[in-house]
Every structure is written in C-alpha cells, then in structure tokens.
Design a protein around this ligand. Structure first.
Ligand SMILES: [Zn+2]
Length: 148
C-alpha cells in the first residue's frame, strides 16, 4: 500500500528541508492533507512562490532583499566605514533586532567547508574583497561562528 502521488510528492518536497527527515516529512504532509484548509494551502503556495519571484541577493552586501540595493545598503544614516561580516541573512535579522549596530553588513551566504565541497568560490567572498578595495571601510568585524 502506497500513498497517492500527491502525498508522496508532498513528502518528497518537505524532505528537502534541512532537519526534516522522512518521518517528519510524512507527518507534515498528512497534517497538510487533514488539517490545513485550501485557503491556507494557497497562502502557503503563494508565500513559497513569492520567495522565488520577488527575492534576490543584494548585489552590494549579499543579504536577501526585495529592493536593489537592500534597505541597509541604501540607508544613508548608517556608519559607512564599519563592515560586519556574517554567515547568512538570519544573522542580520538577529543583530538588527538588538538595535545596537549601525554599520553595514556583508553576508557570505555560507562559510568555507571543504568537507561539504564549499570553497571560497561558493560563498560571497569575492565581492567582500571588492568592497574592501572600493568602499571607505575602516573596520571589519567578523561575526562568524568559531570554526575551522
Ligand atoms: Zn545590501
């Protein structure tokens, strides 16, 4: 006995997310089928599609944005000579919520990890070096987790 194709497709889709194993994916799929009404499924679908149609990485800092450049890069009230290098967009949100840092960011969108096949070319490193040569950066802060 197998699930209908719509459910196996949904299980497969949920399985692609980090931290979601096959059992959790199955539970989420069945929950969707049994507990989520069509209107909310359509809202979810629209939210998913919007992430692909309206969002992109800021060409200046690499943060996820829907405007070019992002709100932080275009904010003239921020300190232009301090650059905080972070791993991903979540770090920017966390630091911005603290409301203490007023400099600019550079989002690497990952870290170098040879074991995962991620080298310098796979992260937003080249544009960091370019910014350091072009912009008037006086201080660079590495806001990264301690790792090799
Ligand atoms: Zn930006």
């Amino acid at each position: 006995m197998r699930y209908p194709k719509a459910i196996t497709d949904l299980i497969e889709s949920f399985s692609r997310y980090p931290g979601i194993g096959p059992k959790t994916a199955e539970r989420l799929a069945l929950y969707t089928v049994n507990k989520i009404d069509k209107e909310n499924v359509e809202k979810f679908m629209k939210a998913l599609i919007d992430t692909k149609e309206t969002l992109f990485k800021c060409p200046v800092c690499g943060n996820i944005t829907d405007v070019d450049p992002c709100y932080i890069c275009s904010d003239k009230t921020r300190e232009l000579d301090i650059l905080l290098v972070v791993e991903d967009a979540r770090d920017v949100i966390i630091i911005e919520k603290m409301n203490r840092y007023r400099g600019k960011y550079h989002v690497l969108n990952g870290v170098i990890s040879p074991i995962d096949g991620i080298g310098p070319e796979e992260i937003n490193l080249k544009s960091l070096i370019q910014r350091l040569q072009d912009d008037k950066i006086k201080e660079v802060i590495l806001g990264l987790n301690a790792s090799i």
